[in-house]
Design a protein around this ligand. Sequence first.
Ligand code: ZN
Length: 222
Amino acid sequence: MSTARKQGAPEVQAHRSCPSCRKGHLHEGTSERVFHPHGKALAVSLLTSICDQCGAEATSADQHDENLRRLAARKAHYGELLMGEEIHALRRRYGLTQQQASRIFGKGKIAFSRYESETTYPDESTSRLLALAIAKPETIKWLADKSGVNVPLWQERFGDEQRVKLRALTRPTAPAKKQRFDYHSPSDTPHAPAHWRSISQTKTQVVRTMTVATWVSEEMAA
Ligand SMILES: [Zn+2]
């Protein structure tokens, strides 16, 4: 019996029915998550939907997106401290378990579980080491080798880094002054048209589809 909707008659939009009990309806509510960076309580209000019959909670995609935004916004209060999600993301990026990550950073077995849930926060030197590992991926490999831990996704991730670096290196810093273009004339005239200097690369490509004669500009050929 869903009496809730009858009572709440003036509501414009019908509430979604509960996927858990299939009797009740979901109502928007909030739940609070409290973090303690630098020992100060920091509450983040998160959106959720609560069933009026069984009390089950569900989060819609929109609510989830908004919650992620609200959680990310708390970073302003962290300074050098990393948020649990950032530590979690670093660990998952390399396919490490919490135990492996704890060994790599020379911490106790449950340290990463506590960092990621923000039950405790890493001390200053560990925070810097974690930040270093995020900024310079080689750090992870170096620390892992020291502690005898295999980094499962190292090849995949390091390959990514190298490709990005290579792209940055091969990207021209300034446009080349002289470029060699092979011009193709729509007629069989064995010389370039008077306006050849103004032919853009795009236009050249269009002209190429009508190739009859070909020449290379000596001036442009470096
Ligand atoms: Zn329910």
